[in-house]
Write a new protein. Sequence first.
Lengths: 299, 516
Amino acid sequence: MFGLNKIIPVEPNINFLGLRRNFLIFSILAMLISIVLLSIKGLNLGIDFKGGTLIEVSTKNTSIGELRAILSSSYSDVSLQEFGNENIILIRLQNKSNQESIETVNSVKNLIQDKVVEFRRSEFVGPTISSELLFRGFQAVSFALIAILIYIWLRFEWQFGFGAVVALTHDVLFTLGLLSILNVEFSLATIAAILTIAGYSINDTVVIFDRVRENLRKYKKLELVDLFNLSVNNTLSRTIMTSLTTLLALVSLFIFGGEVIRPFALTMIIGVIIGTYSSVFIAVPTLLIFKFRPQDEDD
Amino acid sequence: MKNYPIWKSFTVISLVLLGIIFAIPSIIYDENSENWFLKNKINLGLDLQGGSYLLLEVQLDVLYKEELDNFVDSARLISRDQAAKIEKIDIQENSVVIFFANNEKIKDIRDSFFQMYRGVTLQINNNILIIKLNDEYRKIIQDSAIKQSLEIVRKRIDESGTKEPLIQRSGKKRILLQLPGVKDPERIKDLLGKTAKLTFHIVDNDNVSALQNNLAPFGKIIVQDMYDENTKYLLDKRAVVGGENLVDAKGSFDQTEGHAVSFRFDTEGAQKFGKVTTNNIGKNLAVVLDGVVITAPRISSAITGGSGIITGNFNAQEASDLAVLLRAGALPAPLEIVEERSVGAGLGADSIAAGQIAAIIGMVLVCVFMILIYGTFGALANVSLIVNLFIIISLLGTIGATLTLPGIAGIVLTIGMAVDANVLIFERIKEESLKQTKVFQIVKNGFDRAMSTILDANITTLIAAVLLFAFGSGPIRGFSITLSLGVIASMFTALMLTNFLVYMYLSFANKKELKL
């Protein structure tokens, strides 16, 4: 039998918690910067949440400049963008009343009819719908966080639940901050990505916490810091392996999955990296706040 | 084969076979197959097969306003019968306030009014009668309007030749439409955008001053021409007959007038029409559609046959679309499109192709990685991973779930995450192998110890997926479905299939020691 995993020692002995202060400072800074970015720059809201009209066309024998010239004489708020390659163009228009927007789609189509090979997609989200979608997105994320917290609380002691929620909040904030910097479009699919990241990050955290709980029972005399370090080391190769396979799949999705799915894949990639980091460097050290051994109460 | 129960092998093998067999219909994907087995294939979402999703909102405010107008008209008629003088009528947002000259007849008027409109709230304040549109009354209007609208929308869509449309109520006042394969969403939107309320009115040509002052006397209305907004007509407010009495309408061609719509009334409509045309020879009859006059020809003779044609400046498509609208009937209130997502067939096909490539490459990368890291065990995990994919596909096909573009993303993500359970098991086996030497005991402990972790880890992902399904809409639900199925399938494949494969491998290779 062969296998590179023999390179990774079964019980690596890396002092993860020794550096916890540095990582904590880094993460707190990252979260603060994210909050500032989100309140000043905000997210690049797509039409799902901002409302508006989007038309994707494939063209031939024309350029984005020519189309822009045709459309901007009639619409001052039109914006055009190449999407994947130079023959595919996205046309965006800001929201007006429902009726007006529907008519706009019609007249835009008529204006550029002879330059276009195919109208690949047209989307219109009215003002009432976009605010409803935003509200429901928030609802979904908040309920998911609460439900996960309750589950952790039922399966573990409440201190673990606290650690998990700190890590989750960190992941969501940090990811949103990066999306803001990178100007990634924020859409319904991004909400789905954020929720999946929450699930993934918790998944990672749970595996390590599971080991912490097991070790707490096994090594009653061990210092907590050492015990946590041991638990992280025990699960280290799994943490790395799973993150890598997930990232392999996501990178494939990012590169080959097409233009529409790319923001989703990018958000997930960012989230998986942050989620893995936080499980090791944030969730576990948070447990140190609690100076007692949870299992003492059970015994 | 040591200690591996036969029933367990049997269960694992049959589940795997079922998973593979039921994935076949979706892999072959014969769109028009009527075969009972091949029909169990994945439904492609609108974003993959092309089509239109529309969300329409019934404009209930228009209806409430109309009902308030009806209140006013009825109150006037009742007051006239009772010889009570009305000084002023005030129409507010939710109510009509009628000021009478005195309060002598006000109670009688209230009672007669209540006979006509049961359920409204009536208040008397000395010489003032207040008629209120209360919540229950609104709800009755709302429910019947939505029901009627759904029916009319369904008829119009059927007439337009769209196959397999999905039309359903969504929330309090919305209608959701999914129209697969629609090539020209603009035409559908046109069809839905018209109320198509058709009425016939006698034109009043005598009262010239009313038109000049743009002020209609009681019982009359001023309506403009469809093609020339400066041309106006003074019409009797009461329609002599309306579209509800039509039994048929179709596009036709008239030698002198060009494209037209010919129609036929039912018995009641034919009688009314015959009577009115007999009594009003020489006058004009206006054909009013959605508040504008299409045409107002002179009645030259009585029309008792119950059929006729409407002419206007139509082209062939307009005439046949108007016929569709008239056949389907009028909407009780206008519909407003509040959300539209239309995808062309080209983008859909591109998305499927890109999704397949991403899934295959992701799969190959993960498989190579697993073999590099875990060797033979990695290869066993890869078998589980591939079976996992088959199971997801077969489940999607058999439960009739809809695969969307985010759904494909969910599958690719699952490929990456599904090996997690295997990794957890292998890492446990690795640890156990340091503690003891009995090969089968190592494997058994490895699986047992990993079990609770696998459950905990996957349940949290499932929670997120289920909530996403509950609050998400359209394509995003497709993501939560594939993710949930993927997570569930991966637990089965890791805990049962990988387990089975590892036992088989160790038995047949007759391994005496295990170094992972």
